[in-house]
Design a protein around this ligand. Sequence first.
Ligand SMILES: Cc1cc2nc3c(=O)[nH]c(=O)nc-3n(C[C@H](O)[C@H](O)[C@H](O)COP(=O)(O)OP(=O)(O)OC[C@H]3O[C@@H](n4cnc5c(N)ncnc54)[C@H](O)[C@@H]3O)c2cc1C
Length: 391
Amino acid sequence: MDLRFTPEQERFRGELRAWIAANLARPWDAEVRDPKHDADSLVEVRRAWQQKLHAAGYLGMGFPPEWGGRGASAIEEAILHEELYRADAPQVPNFLGISLLAPALIHHGTEAQRRRFIPRILDGSEIWCQGFSEPGAGSDLASLRTRAVPDGEDFRIHGQKVWTTFGPWADWIFVLARSDPDDRYGGISFFLVPLDQPGVEMRGIRQITGETEFGEVFFDGALAKREHVVGRPGEGWKIAMTVLGYERGASALQYPAENDRYLAGLAGGLRERDALGREDVRERLGRLHVENEVMRGNGLRVLATLATGQAPGPESSIEKIFWSEYAKRLMDTAHELLGPQALLAARSPRSRPDVDWAYQYLWSRAGTIYSGSSEVQRNIIAKRVLRMPTR
Ligand SMILES: Cc1cc2nc3c(=O)[nH]c(=O)nc-3n(C[C@H](O)[C@H](O)[C@H](O)COP(=O)(O)OP(=O)(O)OC[C@H]3O[C@@H](n4cnc5c(N)ncnc54)[C@H](O)[C@@H]3O)c2cc1C
């Protein structure tokens, strides 16, 4: 395994870094702390950033050129995410459309669907959210009960989705719904549904962080047109697996880059408290640094696999479990070492530490749940990587 980047990849990184320095007005953290912003205006900051990235050709880089991409490699995409995280750039609002739906349309959609949806996904004019989870179907997604009832050529959707990230700002939702009640996997279909129509109600859910980035969606006869079914009716499970493969494999280099910022912030905070020389503190910081490098190495290993044309296998569960559990350990350690002051560093214009520790502590809980909880990842590793017997 070769851990070095090629000269072309390094050149790409250099150009990108210069572009970010010239185009990013200020880091996301500064936007969030600006008292003039509210939740809606922050979404507009993110939308404007998405438009800039798109105009510069940095979005959907791995897509084929006819779909606005450059046919870039997974390594270049990973470098892009690494540099964006390093600079604390805003996350684009259409991250679910770009990273999950567009690849699903490229793999399974019709030409007409790609032409209709992908350009608007990339330029941010239509924001997407993901309607998979339900109150009774999360880890066991195939238990989903939302129904798609035929109505002439089209379908009517009835049921409820929950934990819908970015739902309150989305224009469209991609929905898994049951078109055949008697076939557990083969009865699920994949629908593209506009949210602004009768029969759809989106309610915001306030999260532990205080934000309302989630929604829950109630469908009561919402129209899903036949031309907006992806794949054939009954192929939804297969398409959902494509989507989940992209969701779990996305991390490679971005989390280590983000952690570098947190570790530097933690070291800075401890220096201010004259605690950096303490042996126990140095040992715990050193351990976190080493684990972050392990994560980077593991990410590079996944990228090396992708570079040979192979898809990421169940080993990506190891990566997922590592970065998500690490984030909790890092934030727990920061709170133990910084003490109560870490809790005072809430998102307020009056307190301006390098890292908003209280917010990041609360947010770090989420990673071990979405894209498959840590328990579910352990099951996958036991069965499909270690091939352990099931009872
Ligand atoms: C930040 C965030 C964003 C999300 N965004 C979206 C989104 O945009 N769209 C969407 O559709 N969903 C989204 N989700 C939902 C997410 O996919 C589910 O929360 C997740 O799949 C777990 O499902 P659940 O919450 O129903 O928990 P459950 O499946 O009910 O699990 C409860 C507990 O039981 C454990 N458990 C379950 N099954 C097993 C098993 N077989 N073996 C061992 N332990 C088990 C779990 O690990 C967990 O601890 C999001 C979740 C979070 C936290």
